[in-house]
Design a protein around this ligand. Sequence first.
Ligand code: COA
Length: 334
Amino acid sequence: MFRTKINGIGRHLPDNIVTNYDLEKIMDTTHDWIVQRTGIEQRHWVKNREGTSDLAVIAAKQAIENSSIEAKDIDMIIFATITPDYFFPGSGCLLQEKLGLDTIPAMDIKQQCTGFVYGMATADQFIRSGMYKNILLIGAEVHSKALDKTTRGRDISVLFGDGAGAMILSATNKDDPTCILSSHLHSEGKFAKELWTEAPGMGMDDEEFMSYDILEQGKHRPYMNGKRVYVHAIKRMCEGIIESLEFNKLKLEDIDLFFFHQANLRINTAVAEKLNIPEEKVFNTIQKYGNTTAATIPIGMHDAIEAGVLKPGMLVATSAFGSGFTWGSSLFRY
Ligand code: COA
């Protein structure tokens, strides 16, 4: 029986920084509104032809460099994204080719802002079972190309950023204390339409999956019931932490650091307040990057390592919530 340890982390943000003041020039919004409601001050948006796997490959190479393995040792790619390069095939296959990794399996998962937590749980199962030893897990998004950057889309477009995070997960022996201790995953499809992009898709009533009507109605742009998402996010992210603690028979005080999904600073502050978590134990990055969906947790972990906040041996809890609705938590010793 094996356990899974985090063996290297990398991240990449596109060079192009878009501040709230830049957004003021293209839509009816203000820096103050965005900061007060979300905490976001800027985000990175790709320029030109950069795609999701282009961001991922840079993050992946960095994660490999920060790990004890070489690219050739990777047995599998798991790619979490809701903004893949193409409708199909999945971005994992594209990344495999960009890394020159022969015929290893590549799997995309679409679990929105909970994507990375689902990905960690999936990788953990492949490794625990002994099927694979080293898995490259990616969370990467290019939201900016799909956002409505006019006043019509301002409630959503100011929130999202592009970026990629990568993690090498490797097998370790069952007595190694630095490993993934637990994962808990959930979904509740009755809220699927509260945060979704309806088109293009095969669930549409139309005969064609894309039409001028769809474009005119903006059905290819994300829709969000912000208030409903907000309330559920706080509730479910709190539950995720409690579920992890109870399962591992741990107390809140035992956790050294918390990585919450980065959707809104107010959500994370509310979760911390409800659970009585001291501010210094929560690592937030949303101010600089906005919501990068599946990429937020590895990006946060990378930055926390660089800042000297996340140190080897620390007990870490993550909790994420997203469209689906989906939510999940993981607990690990780094
Ligand atoms: N700039 C300026 N005004 C804006 C705006 C923007 N970017 N976006 C919306 N507004 C306006 C609205 O039109 C509304 O105007 P009205 O009162 O004249 O109708 C007003 O601001 C208030 O909007 P409201 O929706 O009540 O704001 P809010 O306090 O609920 O905050 C969110 C909006 C989106 C920040 C908040 O609901 C949220 O964070 N929800 C969860 C988001 C999330 O987690 N998403 C990802 C899930 S993983």
